[in-house]
Design a protein around this ligand. Structure first.
Ligand code: GH3
Ligand code: MG
Ligand code: MG
Length: 315
């Protein structure tokens, strides 16, 4: 589906910097009126049925939906309930637009999960103000969620996001009977680095390491997280041990190639990492804790064997 369907003479899609608004109504004249109200401030998309709206959300998630209540086929209530039932779309605020002035209808809409109600005929300044408020709240909650899942120093996923992803990927891979690999990473002699170069350079070093590790992960589903302190972890869904081992070797080489001087390391003249790699074929009902445990033990073996290297093994 394209933006602004059927509206010739419109600006065309905006850059993406503006919040995205989806307007759903079966009457073209209403779509046109609402489009005109919002075109300057938002990236506006339109759909002429509930079905089309749901299909649009499969492709792009709007920041807010203005939803007509009475439409042929799937009405606004049902559309809203379906959006609420889908984890991907459940956080999108929905404002109902309705000609009805019945309190019952308003209650029903709020129960279906709408955040607000606007009556037809629409008053431009009222609808503009309400949409502005709800979009502001939505963007604030997006920001909070993002912050709660991101490591402040390095910008990569934090422990919380990793824990969630591990459970989800374990479940997903057990359903699809695909392997799940995990790489545990620890910076070598990092205490000495801090003591020798100072905490500020230590922080800079962690940022540089995170960046190069992130660049080393090739698939969109791969996740790099800061596990804590100078420890990182990579989750590689649908990846067997051999593939994960290759990735781990590449990560080890990439950090070494950063060539950050480390005069206090016994492992090399530059900063290095040690890695433990393991893979499992997840089974429903089993916990992913054993995977973490195994990778941690292999990491310990890599440390014992002299650091700056990869140790791999099956769960
Ligand atoms: P090993 O090779 O056995 O891993 O030795 P290590 O010194 O790296 O390990 P150890 O666990 O003894 O020390 C980790 C150090 O990492 C301790 C702490 O000073 C440092 N560290 C942890 N988090 C941070 C951080 O956010 N910033 C900085 N600069 N240093 C950190
Ligand atoms: Mg450590
Ligand atoms: Mg360390």
């Amino acid at each position: 589906m394209t933006a602004l369907q059927g509206y010739e003479g419109a600006d065309g899609p905006h850059s993406g910097a503006q919040p995205a608004l989806l307007i759903v109504d079966d009457q073209p004249v209403i779509l046109q009126a609402l489009y005109a109200i919002f075109a300057d401030d938002y990236e506006v998309f339109v759909a002429s049925s509930g079905k089309q709206a749901l299909a649009f959300c499969e492709v792009q998630l709007p920041d807010l939906i203005l939803l007509d209540v009475s439409m042929p086929g799937m009405d606004g209530y049902e559309t809203c309930q379906r959006l609420q039932a889908n984890p991907l779309t459940t956080d999108i605020p929905v404002i109902f637009v309705t000609a009805s002035t019945q309190h019952d209808d308003e209650t029903r809409g709020l129960e279906a999960g709408a955040v607000d109600f606007i009556s037809k005929p629409v008053n431009p300044s009222v609808v503009r103000a309400r949409v502005r408020t709800h979009i502001k709240l939505k963007l604030q909650s997006d920001t909070l969620r993002r912050l709660s899942l991101t490591d402040g120093l390095t910008g990569v996923a934090n422990r919380r996001q990793f824990d969630e992803a591990l459970v989800n990927e374990w479940r997903r891979c057990s359903r699809s009977r695909l392997p799940l690999s995990l790489i545990f990473i620890d910076v070598d002699y990092f205490k000495r680095y801090n003591d020798g170069y100072g905490h500020q350079l230590g922080d800079d070093c962690l940022k540089a390491v995170a960046k190069v590790l992130k660049l080393g992960l090739k698939r969109p589903a791969d996740l790099l997280a800061r596990y804590g302190g100078e420890e990182f972890v990579c989750l590689l869904p649908e990846t067997p041990l051999l593939g994960a081992q290759q990735t781990a070797n590449a990560l080890e080489a990439a950090v070494r190639a950063l060539a950050l001087p480390h005069a206090f390391s016994d492992a090399a003249a530059v900063l290095t990492i040690s890695l433990g790699v393991t893979a499992a074929e997840p089974a429903e009902g089993e916990s992913p804790a054993a995977l973490l445990d195994a990778a941690d033990k292999l990491l310990y073996q890599a440390k014992e064997a002299g650091r700056a290297q990869v140790k791999a093994g099956k769960l």
